[in-house]
Design a protein. Structure first.
Length: 135
């Protein structure tokens, strides 16, 4: 059921259940968000010129690992992200978790040992809560 003033989305799908279609789309949107960050928001993965599958796979693994670390750090710092108010009265973060995380990581990394200590801190802390988001 559409809410007044909200845009209506139409999906063309072969699935018979609108619930299943919307859940699959929600998962797909998270993947699309990841690809956007990998291509244009920091790693510029689209500029890779290598054609060797093994090198591409390794590069992708490293970049996705860095993406996840940026999200974890950005989510950890979510209290410091100010809210942006829209004309409609709604609000949302003024900065994505990814961008907040990559700024923090990039500003604090002076050598590889600092990076390893940061990763160790994340691993020791473990997940405090379950979180899911769409940017």
């Amino acid at each position: 059921m559409a809410c007044p003033g909200e845009p209506v989305l139409f999906w063309i799908t072969s699935l018979t259940s609108p619930i299943v279609a919307s859940e699959l789309y929600r998962k797909r949107w998270k993947i699309e968000t990841c690809f956007k960050c990998l291509k244009t928001n920091g790693s510029n993965l689209q500029q890779t010129t290598t054609k060797q599958p093994a090198k591409i796979a390794l590069l992708l693994a490293v970049v996705v690992f860095a993406y996840v670390l940026c999200l974890l750090e950005g989510f950890r710092q979510r209290a410091q992200i100010r809210l942006k108010r829209y004309r409609s009265g709604s609000s949302g973060p003024a900065q994505s978790f990814f961008k907040r995380g990559i700024q923090f990581i990039a500003s604090g990394l002076v050598d590889f040992l600092v990076f390893l200590r940061l990763v160790q801190r994340w691993l020791e802390a473990g997940p405090k809560e379950k979180w899911s988001f769409v940017q």
